[in-house]
Design a protein around this ligand. Structure first.
Ligand SMILES: [Zn+2]
Length: 172
C-alpha cells in the first residue's frame, strides 16, 4: 500500500469505529466523572485556543443552553403563555355591563372618535381595542377597552400602548 492508501484506510477504519469508540468513551466518562473533569480541565488549560473554539461551536449549535438563550426562550414562552391566558380569559370571563356597553356602542350607528387618532369612525370600520393587549397581560375590563379605527387597531397589533403612541408620533 502507498502512503495515501494507508491514510485512506486509517480514515475509513476510524469512521467505522467511531460510534463504538464514542459509546465506550461515554461509558468510561459516566463511571469516572471526577477523573474526566480533571483531565478535561487540564486539556482546556493546555489548549486555550482549541477549547474556546469548541465552546463557541457548542454555543452556536445549542443557543438555548447559553444564559442569553435561556432568557430568550423563557421570555418567549412567558409571552405566548400570557397571550393564551389573556385570550382564554377574554373568552370565558362573563363580560361586565360596562364591557357590554362598549361593544353595544361600537355596534351602534353613533359616530365615535378613535381613541388613538381621533378620526371619526363609522360602525363598519371600527374596532374595540384592548389598550394594553391581552398578550401583554391587559384585562378584558372596560377600563382597558377603547374604540379604535380599523387602521389604528391593526397597526397597533400587540404593541404596548406607549410604544404604539411613540411610533405614531415619529411617523406623523
Ligand atoms: Zn385611529
Amino acid at each position: 500500500m502507498t502512503r495515501e492508501e494507508v491514510k485512506a484506510y486509517d480514515a475509513a477504519r476510524y469512521l467505522q469505529n467511531r460510534p463504538r469508540k464514542l459509546e465506550q468513551f461515554r461509558e468510561w466518562k459516566a463511571k469516572n466523572r471526577g477523573r474526566h473533569r480533571a483531565l478535561s480541565m487540564r486539556w482546556q488549560k493546555e489548549h486555550p485556543k482549541e477549547s474556546r473554539a469548541i465552546k463557541a461551536a457548542y454555543k452556536k449549535r445549542h443557543p438555548e443552553k447559553t444564559r442569553a438563550g435561556r432568557i430568550r426562550t423563557s421570555t418567549a414562552s412567558l409571552a405566548s403563555h400570557a397571550a393564551r391566558e389573556g385570550a382564554r380569559r377574554a373568552k370565558t370571563q362573563k363580560p361586565t355591563p360596562a364591557v357590554l356597553e362598549i361593544y353595544r356602542l361600537s355596534a351602534s350607528d353613533v359616530e365615535l372618535t378613535c381613541h388613538w387618532c381621533s378620526a371619526i369612525t363609522t360602525r363598519a370600520e371600527r374596532h374595540v381595542d384592548h389598550v394594553l393587549p391581552l398578550s401583554l397581560g391587559g384585562s378584558h375590563e372596560a377600563d382597558n377597552l377603547a374604540i379604535a379605527c380599523r387602521r389604528c387597531n391593526l397597526t397597533k397589533g400587540r404593541l404596548h400602548p406607549e410604544v404604539f403612541v411613540e411610533r405614531r408620533r415619529v411617523a406623523i
